[in-house]
Design a protein around this ligand. Structure first.
Ligand code: TRP
Length: 452
């Protein structure tokens, strides 16, 4: 406890908890297909550039805001900005975005759970071709209750961890789930690479095809990097508010970034060799995981077992991320509205469950109702990823680069001068000029106001 606030027990816990937030469906479900569509290895190179040049500084900046203020994401901006209350809009943007992201993230998490159960019962054996799988997936989404039940089970799992508290819930679950996730990922990667023609998939994934690279690729890579690291939207501020005073923010940020990127790359080494081995076109879009992969598992011996392990991986990755998004809401409601932590968690759970149910139905029986041509599910994704995330990142970098007191920032990152931070100047330049400019470009590009 620190000023009546819980803290994570060890330095390793800080890394695992933050990595738990970062590693999610973004790494395993989204990264491989975005890479597949954008020239494989070429995308990977650009992505790594974005992570190092922009992701890492913003992550470190969020850690500094969180630990310095020891408050939720709205309270953090209020306390550091002192009299300039306008900055707390960044915090409100993050709370609103976390709520909206959970609205669609819980739905996809529910699908992963459904596919896990279907694999465990062995019913996945009937998913033998992409056509059949697409029909089944569609029938599942059109079912009036099944997708909702799985979504709600996922909400309940997340809620259970949150009400157990910062140490007994969030920290303990990350310490159990993250190592398991890594083991599963390595086992699956070896299985996939050793399939016949698996090496072809690796070649595709790692060989840079620059002919597919356009200006849009850079913006996709940057957006993916920010989403994958859980930055811009207060998640890492909230988690860092539970870090200990002697946690080294520099190495924690570096480790989290490394783990997150390693997981994304390993996910590619699971998916592409399997896809190539089955002779399927790699750029199959978002349905890659739910439509293409099940039939590939069925061509392997012990297919249902591999399928169960793979979907368990997705469930674990999704869960540690939904926990972090939920904690943004819970910490905010608890500290700013002065409700007990339990009641704050209940309010957040109720609100997100409701939104997620409607988002799920918007892909099923309510699919004819759209908002500006997209379903509610897609609208939530587009609004958060294309508008709220780049704007959040833009103002977070401006806040730390220009508004936050330089001495306070430097003291926070060096643990009051105990650690060295030779890159401090570069860090500030990136936050002041480079990040805001690029994030502004992403925002304008994504909102259609600017095209390349
Ligand atoms: N990073 C997670 C993923 O890759 C998703 C996530 C969790 C997130 N918390 C976030 C994204 C905060 C943006 C902001 O799946």
């Amino acid at each position: 406890m620190k000023n009546g606030r819980a803290t994570f027990g060890s330095r390793l816990s800080a890394i695992l908890v933050a990595a738990g937030s970062a590693v999610g469906l973004g790494n395993i479900w989204r990264f491989p297909y975005v890479a597949g569509e954008n020239g494989g290895g070429a995308f990977l190179l650009i992505y790594i550039g974005c992570i190092l040049l922009l992701g890492l500084p913003v992550l470190l900046a969020e850690f500094a805001i969180g630990r310095n203020s020891r408050r939720n994401s709205v309270g953090a901006y209020k306390s550091i900005a002192e009299k300039s209350k306008g900055w707390s809009i960044i915090g409100y943007n993050s709370v609103a975005a976390s709520f909206l992201i959970l609205g669609f993230y819980f739905v996809v998490s529910g699908w992963t759970l459904e596919y896990f159960i279907t694999s465990v019962t062995g019913d996945i054996a009937e998913y033998t071709s992409s056509t059949i799988n697409a029909e089944r997936f569609d029938a599942f989404m059109l079912h009036p209750v099944r997708p909702i039940i799985y979504t709600l089970i996922f909400v309940l799992l997340t809620h259970t961890v949150i009400v157990m508290g910062v140490q007994k819930g969030i920290e303990r679950s990350a310490k159990m789930l993250m190592p398991l996730l890594f083991i599963i990922l390595i086992v699956l990667s070896i299985r996939s690479i050793t399939l016949p023609d698996g090496i072809e998939g690796l070649k595709f994934f790692f060989r840079p095809d620059f002919s597919k690279v356009t200006a849009g690729t850079f913006l996709d890579a940057l957006g993916q990097a920010f989403f994958s690291l859980s930055i811009s939207l207060g998640c890492m501020i909230t988690y860092a508010s539970y870090f200990k005073d002697d946690t080294d923010l520099r190495t924690t940020a570096l480790n989290v970034t490394l783990l997150d990127s390693v997981v994304a790359v390993l996910a590619g080494t699971v998916i592409f060799p399997a896809v190539f081995s089955a002779g399927i076109a790699p750029a199959a879009g978002p349905s890659l995981v739910f439509i293409t992969l099940p039939s590939i598992f069925n061509t392997m011996s012990l297919g249902a077992v591999w399928s169960a392990i793979f979907f368990l991986l997705l469930v674990l990755a999704a869960l540690t991320s939904t926990i972090s998004l939920h904690e943004v809401l819970t910490a905010y409601v608890h500290e700013e509205w002065h409700l007990s932590r339990k009641n704050a968690a209940r309010a957040a759970t109720l609100a997100t469950a409701l939104l997620a149910c409607v988002a799920s139905l918007s892909l099923g029986i309510w699919r004819e109702y759209t908002i500006c041509g997209s379903t509610l599910f897609d609208a939530l994704d587009l609004l958060t990823a294309n508008i709220m995330l780049p704007l959040g990142g833009l103002f977070t970098s401006l806040f730390v680069g220009w508004k936050m007191n330089g001495t306070v920032l430097h003291d926070e990152i060096t643990n009051r001068g105990k650690l060295k931070f030779g890159m401090y100047r570069a860090f500030v330049i990136l936050l002041r000029y480079v990040c805001p400019l690029l994030l502004l470009m992403i925002f304008l590009y994504n909102s259609g106001l600017f095209s390349l």
